[in-house]
Write a protein that binds this ligand. Structure first.
Ligand code: 13P
Length: 291
């Protein structure tokens, strides 16, 4: 069963310079659709859960869905906990079997963030799991976590020291990216990714993927962004597909939930597959087995 550590997926993507979509799912339907896209596209994929999703569905049920939906899957997949400032949720997810966590202590002073991230890395290693770290909060609120204030950027030496001292597996810098919908094309500091990677070759997580242009993705992935986070696109696709289907159902006075589910699933699957092709992860997983 190729549920694999996050590191296995991102290290290869980093070396071969393609990006792997890390997609926040919100329920069983979206989890299944994202996994089905990976199988169809023969792509690795990272399935992410926000703390909000963990709390709303519950650790046991969410992990049971994951186990069931990945049983027998033949493409590399990994389950990741997105932005989590709460150490008890981190511990719960690691114990349950999540493959990696993003310990988000970006609101703390860097020294305290670094001290605690070292502890989280040691804890994760005990479960064979990986850790993503960050020292600057990514602008925008993601499922109740974060702020719309633009955070202060740390210097390159501080970032490099944090990566070296903590032993994290993936680093998430702030480069002008933001969670949510961009109101204009974002101005990104791509050079910062190159500067970090030149000093310390570590896979970079690109947050705030929704709304970036193809040219931005291509450039940033070539510089070392191996994990490309997508959340808003799934939420919008999911809600719009529901809305479109329900409008038609109302017009026709036809009320069949399974047809609604398959229509929404198709839309989410196509969205995820599009990102796999766009980021170059499609076709990297060898022969896939359709579920
Ligand atoms: P978007 O919501 O902009 O897709 O960003 C997702 C993300 O970075 C999750 O951590």
């Amino acid at each position: 069963m190729p549920v694999v550590p996050l590191k296995e997926i991102v290290d290869r993507a980093f070396t071969e310079r393609y990006g792997v979509p890390a997609i926040n799912v919100v329920n069983d339907l979206t989890m299944e659709a994202v996994l089905a896209a990976a199988v169809r596209e023969r792509s690795p994929v990272i399935v992410q859960t926000s703390v909000k999703t963990v709390r709303s569905i519950g650790l046991d049920l969410l992990f049971a869905m994951w186990r069931e939906l990945t049983a027998g899957i033949e493409v590399p997949v990994s389950l990741h906990l997105d932005h989590c400032p709460d150490r008890s949720v981190i511990t719960g997810c690691l114990r349950q079997g999540w493959n990696s966590v993003l310990f988000d202590a970006s609101s703390l002073p860097v020294e305290e963030n670094q001290r605690q991230t070292i502890e989280v890395v040691a804890e994760a290693r005990g479960y064979g799991a990986n850790v993503e770290g960050e020292i600057e909060s990514i602008t925008g609120v993601e499922d109740g976590i974060g702020s719309d204030e633009v955070a202060q950027t740390q210097s390159l030496p501080v970032a490099i020291e944090f990566i070296r001292a903590t032993g994290i597996d993936v680093f998430a810098p702030a480069i002008g990216n933001a969670h949510g919908v961009y109101h204009a094309e974002p101005k990104l500091d791509a050079q910062r990714v190159s500067d970090i990677v030149a000093e310390q070759p570590i896979p970079i997580a690109l947050h705030g993927g929704t709304g970036m242009t193809d040219a931005q993705f291509t450039d940033l992935i070539a510089r070392g962004c191996a994990k490309v986070n997508i959340s808003t696109d799934l939420k919008v696709t999911f809600m719009r597909a529901n809305l479109a289907y329900l409008r038609t159902a109302e017009e026709q006075n036809k009320w069949d939930p399974p047809s609604l589910f398959s229509s929404v699933r198709e839309a989410v699957l196509e969205m995820a597959a599009g990102h796999m092709r766009r980021f170059g992860s499609a076709g990297r997983a060898g022969a896939g087995k359709a579920r």
